[in-house]
Design a protein around this ligand. Structure first.
Ligand code: LLP
Length: 409
């Protein structure tokens, strides 16, 4: 089901025309559909219903508090990677027994907080981290549940900047180190080895790497004969950013996992980010200028790479659509760019784009994941507002940063 779509030539989010929103709120801003969010969460759960996993939403993909509260209401847990994300998850009301703490560089302060808050698992990524978690647990007289993150040396075919499962990456511990580390942890007094975790990358649309990972985990389990309480399979499930792309077949993944857990007494954890939130959001922006140069129309938006980093960082292509469909087309190539002083501040280059003019608005689509959460103050620009639509209602869920706040430090 698609809750962000054209209705009578007007782009609508649920029952609201985006033009109405563009006139009410100052552009640029992010706008999300609550029904889309719920729909995605339930379809995820439904696809995996035969294995009943813990779904720990990956907060790094979008950490808006109002959205986290909505996810909490429908049963989501959280995957966090910093004390900030941990406290935000707790503030949203998410039960700490549904929170997993991942990350290759947790500080002492972060580990202490995670132990005190009794999160479900701290997924450790090195021997030094294991020693530190044990030391802090001892000081606090606690026995801490931990998982070991395996680096399976499997890469999903994805952008190299978001691939994490390869041998050369900083993430997790290798097959042999994983076995040795697990054996060491079993002897440590203040640690409980409960989990094995993996996360091989993001935006993976092919099932094959997930299949390989499951078989490697099986090998480890057979070798060390530990009954892990949890196997945390991470996130990474890819979505389709355009009609041409396919998304990951979750049902197929589910069947594989079902086979994997047969005869094991284990709970599966997933940490999806993009799959839950990616297509729930659009970025609405106004055309400040159109500049024709060398047979190209530069369409200069009021949104820049500081608001949406993905195209500059990963050459990601987000579709751009005018809020109101027009029938005429540009004859020249159009290039959508932002106002930032960098040539990488461009969103999309396209031929045959609908005719639009200065002052019109457009939407960049599928920006719910890693849109706002990757934004910055670069060029000393305030972070922008976020709006939530539900049915025929809309509300501000994060204010645009004030200039006063921006310039005071
Ligand atoms: N778990 C761990 C340990 C992760 O590192 C990540 C993402 C996830 C779960 C969630 O992955 P997802 O289901 O969203 O693919 N900024 C990049 C994506 C970076 C992903 C980082 N880790 C982008 O905009 O494509």
């Amino acid at each position: 089901m698609n809750y962000i779509r054209l209705r009578k030539n007007n782009l609508c989010v649920e029952n609201i025309s985006t033009l109405t929103l563009a006139k009410k709120y100052r552009t640029p801003f992010y706008c999300y559909s609550l029904s889309q969010l719920k729909n995605n969460f339930y379809s995820f759960k439904n696809a995996f219903k035969i294995i009943k996993p813990i779904v720990a939403f990956s907060i790094k993909s979008n950490s808006n508090l109002a959205l986290l509260k909505e996810l909490k209401k429908i049963g989501s847990g959280a995957d966090v990677v910093s004390v900030g994300e941990l406290l935000k998850a707790i503030k949203a009301g998410i039960n700490t027994k549904k929170i997993v703490f991942s990350g290759v560089g947790k500080t002492e302060e972060e580990i202490r907080m995670a132990i005190k808050k009794r999160v479900l698992l701290i997924n450790v990524e090195s021997e030094s981290e294991v020693n530190l978690v044990n030391k802090i647990s001892k000081k606090l007289s606690k026995k801490t549940s931990i998982g070991v993150r395996l680096n399976p040396n499997v890469t999903g075919k994805t952008h190299k900047k978001i691939s994490t499962g390869g041998r050369g990456e900083k993430f997790g511990v290798t097959y042999n180190d994983c076995i040795n580390l697990c054996e060491k942890i079993l002897k440590m007094k203040n640690l409980k080895l409960e989990g094995l975790s993996v996360h091989i990358g993001s935006q993976i649309t092919n099932i094959k790497p997930f299949k390989e990972v499951l078989s490697i985990i099986n090998k480890i389990i057979n070798k060390i004969k530990i009954d892990f309480k949890f196997i945390d399979l991470g996130g990474g499930m890819g979505i389709s950013y355009s009609n041409k792309e396919q998304h990951l077949n979750l049902k197929q993944y589910s069947r594989l996992v079902k086979k994997f857990i047969k005869n094991k007494n284990v709970k599966i954890i997933f940490e999806p980010g993009r799959f839950i939130i990616g297509n729930t959001g659009i970025l609405i922006s106004k055309i400040i200028y159109i500049k024709k140069s060398n047979n190209k129309n530069f369409i200069i938006l009021d949104a820049g790479m500081n608001d949406l980093m993905r195209p500059a960082l990963y050459a990601a292509q987000h579709q751009i659509i005018p809020l109101r469909k027009t029938n005429k087309k540009f004859r020249e190539i159009v290039e959508f760019v932002g106002p930032i002083c960098e040539s990488s501040d461009k969103f999309l280059t396209q031929r045959g784009f609908e005719k639009i003019k200065e002052g019109d608005y457009v939407a960049l689509t599928h920006v719910g994941a890693y849109g706002m959460s990757l934004s910055s103050n670069y060029n000393t620009r305030p972070t922008i507002a976020e709006i939530l639509v539900s049915g025929s209602k809309h509300k501000l869920i994060k204010k645009r940063q004030s200039l006063e706040n921006l310039i005071n430090n």
